[in-house]
Design a protein. Structure first.
Length: 424
């Protein structure tokens, strides 16, 4: 969700409590679907401020509590119960302006309750909203296996977080305090005078502005042994000036726990902080045997963004069409230009021409032109047998359930790239 939030000038952050098991037993695809829906709505309905996701142990053993909080428009008390009802929207003006919440919350509530959990909403109009999920997720047998993140011991460390007041700053400070550090959040020049003015570490948020960040990095150099700047991927062009001003490294926002821990454990050289910024990334799956040109037909902006980012990370070349009509136009234009798409990922539910009809028209055009079929894979939120049969009858070769599972997507891409048979 970070690119979409940052494009709106919003902060976005997460804090996962280290006391939780490394792995739990549950349905990861459906849990991800719920969290993406809640976080997507939070970004959609927020114009200033930010969004935060927290995960921590619940009051009951084996229960995990998820909270998705935003600083958006909020929802009136008499409308809060309605947002979980199918075919209902909170339409008292503000929510209607942003397009409503659709059926996502009703589906999320159903999924959570079938998992044995509960979901509720706290909100005040004009002051944002917080969705609370409580889910019974038992620890897996290998929860204590090696490889779990070990939080650093920061007892006795003093840290100043120079940042605008935000959910992001709050969650970073919360994590550092849980690790034992003494943390003070200060906005801009207040960082020079907060506390006794001397710190073990200074974290400077680029969101204060480049000039302010550079000045703080320079002025805090004699007062803080280590100085790190927090910035988004789009702000990396400021790094040379920040490095010259005295910054030792740069965790990228949204700041991951492992990345932050690695910076705080470093030796203070700017180059090492830069080179090891991706410490927290997990191993990439093996890429398909060749890069593919892929058309994504998806009218949901969030789903399209996620699919495009995932495909690009896997080394492919995605193009997004936001409707069935646009998808047909893009497919036909590429075919006429002699650069046909290797694969079409087709959402089933789009306004106007839906995914099934779009696939039928592609197959008809191919038959008329005497060309081979373009692999078309359905994107659907349902995994029912009847949906699969309808996809195959329309000329699709397979289908993927949303939200996309990285490994299943990679398997489909590898099959297409290798021209091997896909599931029928």
């Amino acid at each position: 969700m970070a690119p979409r939030a940052h494009a709106k000038g919003l902060t976005i952050a997460a804090d996962v409590d280290e006391r939780l098991p490394m792995r739990v037993v549950g349905d990861p695809m459906r849990l991800r679907q719920v969290l993406l829906n809640l976080a997507g709505n939070a970004v959609k309905f927020t114009e200033t401020g930010g969004v935060g996701v927290t995960v921590e142990p619940g009051d009951k053993p084996g229960t995990i509590v998820f909270e998705v909080r935003d600083t958006g428009i909020g929802i009136a008390p008499d409308e809060q119960a309605r947002v979980f009802l199918e075919f209902e929207q909170a339409d008292g003006g503000a929510a209607r302006k942003f397009g409503g919440t659709g059926l996502g919350l009703a589906i999320s509530k159903r999924i959570v309750e079938r998992m044995g959990g509960s979901i509720r909403l706290d909100s005040t109009p004009g002051h944002g909203a917080t969705f609370h999920l409580a889910l019974p997720l038992a620890a897996a047998d290998d929860a204590a296996a090696p490889g779990a993140f070990v939080s650093p011991n920061l007892a006795g460390r003093s840290i100043v977080l120079a940042a605008p007041a935000s959910i992001e700053a709050e969650l970073i400070a919360r994590r550092l305090r849980r690790w034992g550090a003494d943390v003070v959040i200060a906005d801009g020049s207040d960082a020079m005078t907060a506390g006794d003015g001397r710190w073990d570490t200074a974290l400077i948020d680029q969101a204060l502005g480049t000039d302010v960040a550079i000045r703080l990095a320079r002025d805090l150099k004699p007062k803080a042994e280590h100085r790190f700047v927090l910035l988004t991927p789009g702000e990396r062009h400021h790094l040379p000036n920040l490095g010259e001003a005295g910054c030792n490294g740069y965790p990228v926002k949204p700041v991951r726990a492992a990345s932050l821990a690695a910076r705080l454990a470093g030796d203070g050289t700017f180059e090492r902080g830069a080179a090891s910024i991706h410490t927290a990334r997990t191993a990439e799956p093996a890429p398909a045997r060749r890069n593919l040109s892929i058309l994504i037909a998806e009218d949901n902006e969030i789903n399209a963004l996620l699919a495009r980012a995932l495909l690009a990370k896997l080394g492919h070349h995605p193009v997004v069409a936001s409707s069935g009509v646009a998808a047909l136009g893009a497919w036909d234009a590429a075919r006429i230009a002699g650069t046909p798409f290797d694969l079409v990922l087709m959402d089933l539910h789009m306004p106007g021409i839906d995914g099934l009809e779009a696939c039928r028209r592609i197959r008809a055009a191919e038959a008329a032109a005497g060309t081979g079929p373009t692999p078309v894979v359905a994107l659907t939120a349902n995994a029912f047998a009847e949906d699969r049969e309808r996809c195959l009858a329309a000329g699709m070769i397979d289908f993927l359930v949303k939200p996309l599972d990285r490994d299943k997507l990679a398997a489909v891409l590898a099959a297409v790239a290798g021209n091997s048979a896909l599931a029928a």
